[in-house]
Design a protein around this ligand. Structure first.
Ligand SMILES: Cc1cc2nc3c(=O)[nH]c(=O)nc-3n(C[C@H](O)[C@H](O)[C@H](O)COP(=O)(O)OP(=O)(O)OC[C@H]3O[C@@H](n4cnc5c(N)ncnc54)[C@H](O)[C@@H]3O)c2cc1C
Length: 436
């Protein structure tokens, strides 16, 4: 099992940390306070919940054991794409088409909410660029077209078919064939967004404390809860747990209903423009269709952000080298100009069904967690449905009920099972490439 952090921790070394516009640090809580709602966890799940609550006039206190955006929310690929970690096709098998349509509607709404916040609060987290391109590692155009038709017909998703020629004009590699273009998905700088949301919360009266770990939650005899932190207690009427994989013994039900998975990103030093154009000739976000996929995009100063791989074993010592090798497999023409400047890992929170866990354990005790490797739009959805449920009694959060029973996820063995599945996927990817 990977080691989980000993709090509090500052940001790890990432491209995002080094390009933050403001790195304002919040104080730790050192006294007892009263608040209406206490949000635990300052990733995008917690911040999206808190911003939804203050926008609706609620008194909110958010605490993070480390820094806001310290976890996956400040380390990700920056793809703001509709959908969930579980794909729509599989979701349809799990909950039926009508339910999937409702979840998709929430997702497209969650995606526009992020853009609304960026505009409304003037959050400088650019470049905010539209366009995500899914490319095929294998040559099965019929399958791609069928998928696009299904997404258009059943989910009303405006995907466009791209021929192999179009794809290879953007991504100059023989590894790819055709693909689909999603014009409404986009990219941003996640850690600048985190800080912008935090400021919006504070500007509307919300309080944020960093280096403040919730260690125990007690029921109050008169209703509501007491959140215990090392140097102060928070008396509140409602509590929202957005702790992702770090929930630990704060709530054992949540702890045992998920398992951690590591995943990785590398950012290169700036690459000369002509060499870059001769390889990745597009500003869109790219991902391929393998189970163990690569995803990447150009950054503003001529760098490439390259993401991929999952593991249960923490961060390999030669991570930068491994990621560089993955990049050069796709773009051998960049040999000699690709120099990793940053390489980091982050921990994802997964449930076996790969869907978020959103709901209420008892009245006023909420959870909003488990977003896996596809969490930027889903955390926006989670924040919206939970804050609306608390304030207006909105019941959209119940669309997540089938995934929020918090069944035992297998305990310490689950990550090993997940790793074996990943190795099987990679073997399958390899077979597919050999049969090309
Ligand atoms: C390398 C990487 C690339 C990714 N790329 C993408 C992408 O391109 N697009 C996409 O949609 N998704 C992506 N994801 C997934 C996405 O980032 C996550 O799903 C999402 O950020 C999860 O947000 P969160 O708030 O649930 O968790 P986190 O961001 O991990 O935040 C949890 C927070 O809770 C705090 N906390 C925990 N316990 C306590 C406690 N007891 N008291 C106080 N605070 C506590 C932690 O300190 C932490 O800050 C990626 C993830 C990684 C790691």
């Amino acid at each position: 099992m990977p080691d989980l952090p000993k709090s509090p921790q500052n940001y790890i070394e990432t491209y995002y940390r080094d390009t933050l516009h403001t790195n304002e640090q919040r104080e730790a809580l050192t006294e007892d306070i009263d608040t209406d709602i206490c949000v635990i966890g300052g990733g995008l799940a917690g911040l999206s919940t808190a911003v939804g609550l203050v926008e609706k006039g609620k008194q909110v206190t958010l605490i993070d054991a480390n820094r806001i955006g310290w976890g996956a929310s400040g380390r990700n690929g920056g793809y703001i794409a509709k959908g969930y970690a579980q794909g729509y096709k599989q979701l349809t098998k799990m909950v039926g088409l009508e339910h999937t349509k409702q979840l998709h509607k929430l997702s497209t709404h969650g995606r526009s909410l992020i853009k609304d916040k960026i505009d409304r609060y003037n959050i400088d987290c650019g470049p905010v660029r539209k366009g995500v391109l899914g490319v095929s590692w294998n040559n099965h155009p019929k399958k791609v077209q069928e998928y696009i038709d299904w997404m258009q017909k059943d989910l009303n998703a405006p995907l466009e078919y791209w021929s192999t020629e179009q794809v290879r004009d953007a991504c100059k590699t023989k590894k790819y064939f055709d693909g689909f273009y999603s014009p409404e998905d986009y990219q941003f700088h996640p850690l600048n967004y985190v800080h912008g949301l935090a400021k919006a919360i504070e500007d509307q009266g919300g309080k944020i404390y960093e280096a403040t770990k919730a260690i125990k939650i007690d029921d109050r005899p008169d209703g509501g809860y007491i959140v215990n932190t090392p140097q102060g207690k928070i008396k509140c009427n409602q509590v929202v747990l957005c702790c992702s994989i770090y929930v630990d013994d704060l709530n054992k039900k949540l702890k045992y209903a998920s398992f951690p998975v590591y995943t990785y990103v590398m950012v290169t030093k700036p690459i000369p423009q002509d060499r870059l154009d001769a390889a990745l000739n597009t500003q869109y976000c790219i991902f391929d269709n393998r189970y163990a996929q690569d995803y990447y995009r150009r950054l503003p100063d001529g760098r490439i952000l390259w993401g991929g791989r999952v593991s249960i074993n923490g961060i390999p010592k030669n991570l930068a080298e491994i990621m560089k090798r993955d990049l050069l497999k796709v773009y051998p023409q960049l040999e000699g100009v690709v120099e990793p400047e940053y390489a980091w890992g982050g921990t994802l929170c997964y449930a076996p069904h790969k869907m978020p866990q959103i709901g209420q354990l008892k009245p006023g005790y909420w959870f909003n967690t488990c977003f896996g490797g596809h969490g930027l739009v889903p955390t926006s959805v989670g924040g919206d449905v939970v804050s609306s449920a608390i304030v207006d009694g909105d019941e959209r959060y119940k669309l997540f009920e089938p995934f929020s029973k918090l069944n035992f996820a297998g305990g310490p063995l689950t990550p090993y099972i997940a790793q074996s599945v990943y190795y099987l996927w990679r073997a399958r990817d390899l077979l597919i490439s050999l049969n090309k």
